[in-house]
Design a protein around this ligand. Structure first.
Ligand code: NAD
Length: 339
């Protein structure tokens, strides 16, 4: 059993902790939090040990009479692997603690590539992570793009990708963020950081991205234009490849009625996914179009969920014996992902 601790317990950390608890080859050591809020109480109800981020947090737990099993560094000392799901740049600050304890750690996409030296998407570079001390699971948008672009590159060769990303303005509980009535250039300068981030995983072709922020909370929507090496590829061939690609889900706006991201979220509710989580990159089958050796398509990304299976595979890559295919299929089975 791989002992896994989760440092930072909110959007990503809560999902990762539940996913770790579902794996047959992993045991959850505990989760670390800064505040003794309802999320800490719910973690205790689930039977998770809760640790405090620092001495100030310990005092807050004591004052609120919420049980706390020690400091996050005690939790980290007990673990084989720490999944750091703290906010952007806090992970980098925590790296010294993991290093001094001699522990393996997984960072998230809010950290720079250099924090871990390897940016990870399971189906693209699982084997490169084997035995490493540190790995960074890339951001939600980068994960979604890497799966689809890697599939196209392996099947047909990609020479260039251009992507416009309509980003959700905030996660559902971020009540202070916006906009609520505007489209924000995010940023106005081109490219946005997403394309270069994809290149930390897939370095062999340029990826140029532009990003906007729109007043929605549940998903990002990508418009892709991908130049292919192989000429005269049919739309059906591309769809056939996606249908065989791990964690790519095909939907259709026609008879199936997926007219918007809201329908995709509704699907996740109907199949009983926890928190309506969609772990897959969702590609609209009927948006796939080839014009002059360029493939066009729409793809949606559930920002809160897409990196969860990647974190689980990253644990096995750095601390387990399994191959990429074995790990992906174990993770998929545990999380109810069909492919
Ligand atoms: P979040 O702010 O929702 O959660 C982080 C939690 O960590 C908070 O509860 C915060 O109080 C706590 N925290 C702060 N300092 C801490 C410390 N020293 N020790 C322990 N806990 C501490 O953040 P998130 O959205 O879950 O993002 C976590 C990471 O995942 C970031 O790198 C982010 O860029 C990345 N990410 C986020 C999303 C998303 O859409 N939310 C998607 C993909 C990747």
């Amino acid at each position: 059993m791989i002992k896994v601790a989760v440092n930072g317990y909110n959007v990503i950390g809560r999902r990762v902790a539940d996913a770790v608890a579902l794996q047959r080859d992993m045991v959850l050591v505990g989760v670390a939090k800064t505040r003794p809020d309802y999320k800490a109480k719910m973690a205790l109800q689930k039977g998770y040990k809760v640790f405090a981020a620092d001495d100030r947090a310990v005092k807050a737990f004591e004052k609120a009479k919420v049980s706390c099993s020690g400091l996050s560094k005690d939790m980290s000392a007990e673990a084989d692997v720490i999944i750091d799901a703290t906010p952007d740049e806090i992970g980098a600050a925590n790296k010294a603690m993991y290093s001094s304890l001699g522990k393996k750690a997984i960072f998230q996409g809010g950290e720079e590539h250099e924090v871990a030296g390897l940016s990870f998407v399971a189906q693209c570079n699982y084997e490169k992570a084997k035995g490493r001390q540190f790995v960074r699971v890339v951001s939600c948008n980068t994960t979604g793009l890497c799966r689809v672009l890697n599939s196209l590159d392996e099947s047909f060769g990609v020479t260039k990708a251009r992507v416009v990303i309509a980003r959700r303005a905030a996660d559902p509980d971020e009540i202070k963020k916006g906009p609520i009535d505007a489209v924000v250039l995010d940023p106005a300068t081109i490219p946005s950081h997403h394309g270069p981030d994809v290149n930390t995983v897939l370095p062999n072709f340029p990826v140029i991205t532009m990003a906007l922020k729109i007043p929605t909370t549940h998903m990002h929507l990508h418009s892709l234009i991908v130049s292919l090496k192989e000429k005269s590829i049919s739309e059906d061939k591309i769809i056939e490849e996606f249908a065989k690609t791990h964690r790519v889900m095909l939907v259709d706006s026609g008879e199936d009625g997926y007219k918007s991201t809201a329908n995709v979220v509704d699907y996740a509710r109907e199949i009983g996914r926890p928190r309506n989580d969609i772990y897959e990159s969702v590609v609209w089958k009927d948006s796939v179009k080839v014009i002059d050796d360029e493939a066009y398509m729409f793809m949606a990304v559930h920002q809160e969920a897409i990196v969860i299976p990647e974190n689980i595979d990253a644990v096995r890559a750095i601390a387990g014996q399994e191959s990429r295919e074995e790990s992906i299929s174990m993770t998929n089975r545990a999380l109810g992902i069909f492919l």
